[in-house]
Design a protein around this ligand. Sequence first.
Ligand SMILES: [Mg+2]
Length: 276
Amino acid sequence: MSDVATIDDNRGFEQVRFVLCDLDGVVWLRRTAIAGAPEAIERLRDSGRRVLFVTNNSMSTIADQERALAAIGVPAEGDVVTSAQAAAAVIAPLDRVVVCGGEGVIEAVENRGAVALRDGEAEAVIVGLHHDFDYWRMQAANAAIRGGARFIATNDDATFPTPDGPTPGAGSLVAAVATASGMAPLIAGKPHQPMAELVRQRCGPTFSNTTALMVGDRWSTDGLFAEALGCPYAMVRSGVTLSGQAITDANGIVAAHRVRLDVADLAAVANALVAH
Ligand SMILES: [Mg+2]
């Protein structure tokens, strides 16, 4: 596939100061670098742009994700933004929070100045993906929500792709807690507003809808997240959306003008942004 933009031209990209990259399917697959991605990130940074990694992975700590990026040659300290942080941003400091989620959520809650609990009375409940989810963790979340706690979900991805086929994502756990409690959650991660607000804050006052570009491999999270931010979207064909596959949503094929770039991979995005 050509690495040249298939739609529109590249005018306007010289204004882009912030490149917002999804991780899975854009930078790496199961933490193995996608060919050319580390070099593309380096080129984008050398051109004076800031690269932020915007992920719905709430389970891993920030240090763990930074280490994994460093291991593929991508220094990322301070540049990883997670759905756990977005969820923690909507709670108040000193809140008691029942965490029905992983280490990344506990870390984000504590960094917010709130108190992470496994069960008990609370002002908020945060549900995210974790591998030791069971009946009693569901009950702890249910009881706190029925006691008046706010119900917050890190993200609502029902599944995520693996070489063995789709496996349950946070959305599947969130659905169980929603069914038990009879309540709908506030969803923090991509493509929802708490994550958009957190990214705007991280970028600072020079952020605008013309100074940022979102790069992703899945329309339903990354494309809609670009629209939540009001910035253009670059689709890469290195993850869940394969080359030649139509980009669709619930209404059918997504209109071409909503996808600013449609290219093979992050290296092709760097080619479009950085003058050669
Ligand atoms: Mg992805």
